[in-house]
Design a protein around this ligand. Structure first.
Ligand SMILES: Cc1cc2nc3c(=O)[nH]c(=O)nc-3n(C[C@H](O)[C@H](O)[C@H](O)COP(=O)(O)OP(=O)(O)OC[C@H]3O[C@@H](n4cnc5c(N)ncnc54)[C@H](O)[C@@H]3O)c2cc1C
Length: 548
């Protein structure tokens, strides 16, 4: 008899967290969807949650990141290719997300926003997809956001819309009019400035019916998109353009990719450095109004950054709770140790707040077209929500990683990827300070409407512990003469106040706990420092992830 090899028997390890129902197991998400008008889509969201929670989808996410895209600049004979090759898993993820409409379901073919609750329902799907793989969501989010900018050129946009709205995914490198479906990217950042796009040096020379653009972009993600919104200096100043990969005569357009960035995370997504050698482009909007034109797109990508960060945190928390329920230390399951319970509950409350907040913001986008108050809410809160949710993610994912002990630090686990992924949402589409400045800009330029939003939030959160003081601080700090000085503290507080108000609608008990530990008490910098009663802790953790 061969002797049994001891290491074959594995005990006291948690089973894989796979084949999970991402919607059914997420009560905070379900409550937030219903509170914000998406209840009628429950069955479709449940189907999406089961599909994306399948072991196969987790594996696609792994493969797409373990096999990052490769730039093919030239062929064997020295002819330019300027193409990027992706692993089949990336294409599968793109096809899944496109099929579900993540790239366009908030638009109608006439360029008007789809009826409510299109934003909320898409946000729920985007949040679930982000739990599995975020890199491919970059072209998905840019495609849906770009429509907002294209709307100022209806004649061109109407030709593109059928390809944008298509639920196919067509990765072929062909002129857009020969494809069944297209995706759109965006290039604003140059070497000398990303935030300060007015320093863009790319030049646009006017021709009869188009412009020729010469210059570069230092970051231009998803380079296999079919066209890119880019900023360049025309005679009338900084202007927005749409630059297709193929010129209308069918020739490959003059985009010369120099390198792909070697990034900390977001590895399934290609982010290029690119030069334009007189590249063909259509003008989008008037000359000199480039920033104004592209800003409508950026509002939507900022919303998606916050949704994706909330999704990343959700997956990290689910992994942590799952592991803690199966791992025994000192004769007790980790999940039964008071210190661990405090950490898990504190993270769960933070994520539930982030989830309620992004879903409520989605509702503001849903209602904005017909309701000026909701439009003002979306304008003021989008930068605040992006600031707070995206900045919370890295620290929270790190804490969740630690709940898994050494396993959490090991690459076969999902946590290292989530950890590497977490910071980018705070950096791109306007970094932290820039979001704070944008909140101040809204209060300065649209002061009446923005001020009314602060009043509404104070009213909505009324009676929640600490809300009155928080509302007073936010108003005085953000409207004083030297508001920049305290802007980070005040914008973070504004987001927390808005989160309390959102929770009040979707989960009143959690609203109370969140407000007590965040607005009233001084919450420590680390998770696990909130002051909860034992019964509260159990309820919060079970709500976050029911025991299976
Ligand atoms: C993975 C990845 C992919 C990207 N993809 C794209 C893409 O597809 N298209 C694209 O156009 N860009 C892309 N970017 C670029 C990204 O949007 C920029 O890096 C970002 O906007 C910041 O610009 P910057 O790098 O020039 O930094 P800077 O503008 O130099 O900013 C540096 C820091 O200074 C802060 N700061 C700026 N202004 C102020 C101020 N007035 N007061 C106080 N602080 C300030 C910022 O908050 C930031 O923290 C990508 C970036 C990454 C990391």
């Amino acid at each position: 008899m061969p002797q049994r090899f001891d290491a074959e028997e594995v005990v006291n390890q948690s089973p894989p967290y796979l084949d999970v129902d991402l919607y059914g197991s997420d009560q905070p998400l379900r409550d937030a969807v219903v509170a914000n008008g998406g209840g009628a889509d429950t069955a479709a969201l449940a189907e999406f949650g089961r599909r994306w929670g399948a072991a196969e989808m987790f594996d696609l996410g792994r493969q797409a990141n373990e096999n990052p895209p490769r730039l093919r600049t030239f062929d064997a004979k020295g002819f330019r290719l300027d193409t990027v090759e992706f692993h089949p898993a990336y294409h599968r993820l793109m096809a899944e997300s496109t099929r579900a409409g993540l790239h366009a379901s908030t638009w109608r073919s006439d360029l008007r926003p789809a009826a409510a609750p299109a934003q909320v329902v898409r946000a729920a799907r985007f949040y679930m997809a982000a739990q599995i793989e975020t890199g491919h969501l970059c072209p998905i989010t840019m495609t849906r956001a770009a429509v907002a900018a294209l709307a100022v050129e209806p004649a061109l946009a109407e030709r593109l819309m059928p390809k944008i709205l298509s639920r196919d995914y067509d990765p072929h490198f062909l002129p857009w009019w020969e494809k069944t479906a297209i995706t759109l990217g965006m290039g604003m950042t140059e070497k000398q400035g990303g935030t300060d796009v007015r320093t863009n040096t790319s030049r646009a020379e006017r021709h009869a019916d188009h412009y020729a653009i010469t210059g570069h972009k230092w970051f231009m993600s998803a380079p296999m998109c079919d066209a890119f919104l880019v900023l360049a200096q025309a005679q009338g100043g900084l202007t927005c353009f749409l630059m297709p990969r193929f010129a209308p005569d069918g020739a490959v357009n003059a985009l010369r990719f120099q390198r792909l960035k070697d990034k900390l995370g977001n590895r399934s997504n290609a982010s290029s450095e690119v030069e334009f050698a007189g590249a063909f482009a259509w003008r989008i909007g008037e000359e000199g109004r480039g920033v104004r034109t592209i800003i409508s797109m950026v509002q939507l990508t900022r919303l998606d950054c916050a949704i994706a960060s909330a999704g990343i945190m959700r997956m990290a928390l689910a992994q942590a709770i799952h592991h803690a329920r199966h791992r025994t230390v000192f004769q007790k399951r980790l999940a039964d140790h008071a210190l661990m319970q405090g950490v898990l509950a504190d993270m769960a409350i933070e994520i539930e707040a982030a989830t309620a907040l992004v879903m409520r913001l989605g509702r503001a986008f849903d209602l904005a077209a017909n309701n000026p108050r909701e439009a003002a809410r979306a304008r003021l809160l989008t930068p605040a929500v992006k600031y707070w949710v995206c900045k919370t993610a890295p620290g929270l994912v790190y804490e969740a990683m630690e709940c898994l002990g050494g396993n959490g630090y090991v690459e076969e686990n999902l946590l290292p990827r989530l950890y590497r992924e977490a910071p980018v949402n705070a950096i791109w589409e306007g970094s932290g300070n820039v979001m704070c400045l944008d909140v101040l800009r809204a209060l300065a330029n649209e002061s009446e409407a923005a001020s009314a939003v602060l009043d509404t939030l104070a009213r909505e959160a009324t009676d929640l512990p600490g809300s009155a003081d928080a509302a007073r601080f936010v108003r005085s700090a953000l409207t004083c003469a030297d508001a920049e000085k305290d802007a980070r503290a005040a914008v973070g507080r504004l987001a927390q106040l808005a989160a309390a108000a959102a929770l009040r609608e979707s989960a009143p008990v959690i609203a109370e706990l969140f407000s007590r530990t965040r607005l009233h008490d001084c919450h420590g910098a680390l998770f696990g420092t909130g002051d909860f009663a034992a019964g509260e802790i159990a309820r919060v953790i079970d709500r976050a992830l029911p025991a299976s």
